[in-house]
Design a protein around this ligand. Sequence first.
Ligand SMILES: Nc1nc2c(ncn2[C@@H]2O[C@@H]3COP(=O)(O)O[C@H]4[C@@H](O)[C@H](n5cnc6c(=O)[nH]c(N)nc65)O[C@@H]4COP(=O)(O)O[C@H]3[C@H]2O)c(=O)[nH]1
Length: 557
Amino acid sequence: MQGPIKSHTQALRAAALTATLESISDAVLMLGHDWEIRYMNGNAERLTKVKREDVLGRNLWEVFPESVGGPYYRAYHKAVETNTAVTFEEHYAPLDLWTEIRAYPSEEGLTIYFRDISERRAREAENHRLAFYDKLTGLPNRQLLLDRLGHALSLSRRNGRPGAVLFIDLDHFKSINDTRGHDKGDLLLQQVADRLNDAVRGCDTVARFGGDEFVVLLEELGTDAAALARDIAAKLLQAFHAPFDVEGVEHYSTPSIGVALFGRENVSIDDILKRADLAMYQAKAAGRNNVSFFDPAMEARVSARAELETDLRRALVNKEFELHYQPLASIGGELSGVEALVRWRHPQRGMVSPAEFIPVAEETNMILRLGCWVLIEACGLLARWAGDERTAALDMSVNVSAVQFHRPDFVEQVMAVLKQTGARPDRLRLELTESLLLNDVESAIQKMLRLRELGVRFAVDDFGTGYSSLSYLHRLPLSQLKIDRSFIWDALKEGHGAAIVRMIVGLGKTLGMSILAEGVETPEQLSFVMAEGCHYYQGYLYSKPLPESQLADFLHR
Ligand SMILES: Nc1nc2c(ncn2[C@@H]2O[C@@H]3COP(=O)(O)O[C@H]4[C@@H](O)[C@H](n5cnc6c(=O)[nH]c(N)nc65)O[C@@H]4COP(=O)(O)O[C@H]3[C@H]2O)c(=O)[nH]1
């Protein structure tokens, strides 16, 4: 009786096992020692797209001949030979599936569990794309660039083969966003990305760094790295020559490109990007649509500039500024007024020239506080002069920076200072530069007219050095043209200096303005400007700028 019971039990077990294997979510394949297929569940049928009855008893490699010698083949043989389980993920090319495999060797042969993980793989690939590629352009993003750059730097340090980072910023990109909307700006960025990609080798990285900034990473440049990088940068510039087609409208765009080379030197990712970025700013400063290479002097300049900015902030708090006044004379030598010139008494560096710190103050908007202080000081002195008949008729000229002038509340600010100090508006002359007047002419005229109503006058400073347009000069309520000193100095040399002075004098007179010659240093220059018909002059010949105490002596004399 034992035999039939045993075989009945075995049959029951086999049926239970089959039921289990049929119900699990994995595909299951059982192989004998000679790779013959002994069992296959329904999931395995569906996944491999073969019919059980066609393959049972047949050799696995006969059924799937394309897998012979491939990764499945090697993995299963290894499992059997070493009698250890193997787990792996593999792409099954004939059906374009990603599979996850677990194969267990046993006395009977090999049992393989596998499943389709294509969806998970696709999700992972998508997540990877989102994490490392820019959505708009499809280029590697900053994250991936940093990773590749780190790798490139350490490789180059080891093998000595140089590479380069090209930092690319589009010139005036903001204008397309502002005038045609962000979606058009996006279209331009996509086309720029394509052109940059087309201009370099497939193995180079073109990444979107952010906004309108792109970075190209060139590796393995060989011995003449600088020349090669220069050629590639020129090619990138050229890629912008043709107009872009932004929804049927031709749009011209240019890039500014900064290049930093790397090689054996130990330099961090941050440093190399900073260098390329600095060089890019240099390219912008040189007129845009340009390539500039990093050189160490740039770094020195930038840190000097940063130091100056910090010192300037401190100077405003510590009140390290003072005003000097340069006397202005009528052409006959009579004192007509003074120009207030700011001075910075730096605790360590001594006197710092305004030519050095005014531009920094303008870039950082610190000029707003500084300019206001200058105006209050100068108007304070003007108010004190009013009580003395020897000084009551003198004019006070004050320089106004574009940043100050273009503030919407500029007029109110000047009015407030006049009121606060009690200075006479008709003795105050504000000196504006030509470039300041070029910007937003209509609003400039309105502001000037409002102050003119109070009696405040205006002069154009350094006339001739900017790009004044004669078409609007006559519309501005100006009372004085100040001829830049470079023309006065050139006038007595060979060349066109004298002719230029003559032309400016003629122009000013036609427009009913008084003419002041700047930087008169010698009696010959004075005779010249007198002969040309200038009304006033200013310069070391008459007097240098003086601190207030010395100015008082000068006035008494
Ligand atoms: N070589 C030579 N130089 C002469 C002669 N006569 C006058 N100068 C210099 O020429 C500059 C005249 O001022 P600017 O053209 O308005 O040029 C000024 C002005 O643009 C700016 N600046 C000065 N003070 C202020 C201020 O309070 N506010 C603003 N926004 N800018 C200022 O800084 C510039 C330079 O000022 P400074 O160094 O004081 O330089 C002054 C003055 O010292 C001369 O005969 N020979």
